[in-house]
Design a protein around this ligand. Sequence first.
Ligand code: ADP
Ligand code: MG
Length: 255
Amino acid sequence: MVEVFAVASGKGGTGKTTSTLALGMALAREHDVTVIDADTGMANILFHAGLTEAEPTLHEVLAGDAAVEAATYDRFGMRVVPCGTSLAGFREADPSRLREVVATIAADAEVILLDSPAALGSRTAVLPIVLADRIVVVLQPTVPSLSDGLKVQEYATTYGTGVAGLLFNRVTDDAAIDEIAGKAERYFEGETLASVPESDAARAARRASEPLLAHTPESAAAAAYRQAEDGLEVREGLSADVAERFQSAVIPEQS
Ligand code: ADP
Ligand code: MG
């Protein structure tokens, strides 16, 4: 039984990786969670999860040189599939194999989170959105970020992927965020799951190479992610159906 979420945004630096691991840990309180670094060109889960020495990674799996199981590591109560950062590894990797990887993991998982590339970066960057059941859109409370997020939602709906909700990150103005979130909800198909404050704890966690919920679970930012998770009702599909769907998912043309 599995639901696949892509944690997505238009551009980089919005907090997708931070959010993927935080939601993953929050979900792992009740579910069997696998987190995959699907941002194969700008991988950084390994830096957030103490996996810089991990070998093999998703790069070798996508190159056909390793089995998915060999690149899956038990960390922080989740299963984590990190991706390498070398240019050579990226060059050898066939992004379209991600379908098979997700299908294999889906056969034996409850929740899969795909840390996704900046969706507006290239056409293959939308593959995780195509594969997912629903996306979590990570936004910063600015007009450009909201408008990028709407494009991401458009990709999702084009491919039949739902919107699980919005996650505002790096929020500094508590007074303004309610108004911004209220306006955003008129245009987005999902509700606001939480607004995560700009947080020293998030930065310190990254420096310590630990997910926020492991490093500083008592921080306000960590609490916001747990609240976000409360709003995510996991819908479990049949693994067999999901696996089949992944195998037949249409890969967007290469740009
Ligand atoms: P993305 O995966 O979207 O590129 P990251 O999760 O890697 O974004 O975050 C980019 C940078 O911003 C990282 O250095 C991270 O530690 C920092 N960051 C993320 N969320 C917050 C936050 N709420 N407060 C402060 N810094 C944050
Ligand atoms: Mg990232």
